[in-house]
Structures are given as structure tokens and as C-alpha cells.
Write a protein that binds this ligand. Structure first.
Ligand code: PAN
Ligand code: ZN
Length: 182
């Protein structure tokens, strides 16, 4: 296995590394201001994920890692963000390590209580089991972070797609604030 993670850039290379891009068109219904999202160039890439999964998703026996490159910007007053998900296997946690940029990790339990952790170069964040997680780029450069999770974890996007998070990271008086959804 010769995969390389460049700790300066977060770039992951090697056999078996696969990359996914999420564009404006892939985040329909995710932002508070759907009209503003729909009026943008739909092909603009909001984030890319480079992943190395030594075992296929759902099969036990490996630790997986992925680098997310999340671009800066806003839709209305809401910062660009990842879709967010629960883990299908509810007792599986995750670790996030920030390489560069500034952001906010949004964490929400099944009780829909949401909190936010500030992300900056070198900060490490634990996503506890049973916790939906999403990241917003609150800075002016690309936010780069590395995620680690177990291969049997699985990803469940449905609950967030249907119900969203109970709070959003919005710019208020020039600063990122976690604002409850009214
Ligand atoms: C991360 C995320 C990545 C992209 O690797 O998958 O940041 O976010 P979405 O998957 O919500 O689009 C992770 O949480 N893995 O489990
Ligand atoms: Zn995850």
C-alpha cells in the first residue's frame, strides 16, 4: 500500500484513492436561500473529497481517511458547507484534523441539539457516535481537513436531506454565528 498524504496541502495520492466533486447543483435544498443557490452557476465546485478506503464501505477491518477541500463563499449569508450526514452504524465516531483554512464543524445529536466547533490549522475534532456532522468554510481561503473513520461506519444522508440541521452557520455582523432554524 503506497498512499501518500501531503501534510502541507492535504493532497492524497496513490492507488485506490478516489475523488468526488460536489457542485452547486448537488446541494439543491441544502441552503436556507434556495433561490440564491438556484440562481448561481450550477457547475461551480463547492468541495472535493479525496478518499482512501482500504475496505469497501460497510465492510469491517480498516480505517479510512479522506481529505475535504471546501471552497470559500456564501449563498446569501450562509457559508459554503458540506451536505452533512449521520453514520449508518450509529456507534461509529470520526476524527477531523484541519490542515489549512478556517471553518466551523457543526455537530448535531439525534435529539437535534446542535453545536459548533471552530476549525483552524492544526485543530483536531472528535465526532462522537450518533452525531450528524457538517463543515462550513467561514474563512477566505480553501478549508482543507482530513477525516478518519472505520470502514464499517457507513454514511446515512437521508435524515439530513429530509430534516436538515436545527441550526445554520450564517454571517452576522461580519462573523460566523450558529443561528437556530426558526
Ligand atoms: C467526511 C465527509 C466529507 C464530505 O469525509 O464525507 O467532508 O461531506 P459529506 O459526505 O457530508 O458530503 C466524513 O464525514 N466522512 O465520514
Ligand atoms: Zn462522517
Amino acid at each position: 500500500m503506497s498512499v501518500r498524504l501531503d501534510h502541507e496541502t492535504g493532497i492524497l495520492t496513490g492507488p485506490g484513492v478516489h475523488e468526488t466533486a460536489r457542485r452547486v447543483k448537488d446541494l439543491a435544498g441544502v441552503f436556507r436561500d434556495e433561490t440564491a443557490r438556484a440562481s448561481r452557476d450550477q457547475e461551480t465546485v463547492l468541495y472535493r473529497v479525496q478518499a482512501w478506503e482500504p475496505q469497501p464501505e460497510g465492510k469491517p477491518g480498516a480505517v479510512c481517511l479522506a481529505t475535504t477541500f471546501l471552497e470559500p463563499g456564501k449563498v446569501g449569508d450562509e457559508y459554503f458547507l458540506t451536505r452533512g450526514h449521520f453514520h449508518a452504524n450509529e456507534d461509529r465516531p470520526e476524527m477531523e484534523v484541519v490542515i489549512s483554512g478556517r471553518g466551523a464543524l457543526v455537530l448535531m445529536g439525534r435529539d437535534r441539539v446542535t453545536r459548533m466547533e471552530e476549525m483552524a490549522p492544526g485543530t483536531v475534532h472528535h465526532v462522537p457516535p450518533g452525531t450528524a456532522h457538517r463543515v462550513a468554510n467561514t474563512g477566505s481561503e480553501t478549508l482543507v481537513f482530513v477525516s478518519y473513520w472505520a470502514s464499517e461506519t457507513g454514511h446515512d444522508y437521508a435524515a439530513i436531506r429530509e430534516q436538515g440541521f436545527s441550526a445554520r452557520v450564517r454571517e452576522v455582523d461580519g462573523r460566523p454565528v450558529l443561528v437556530p432554524v426558526s
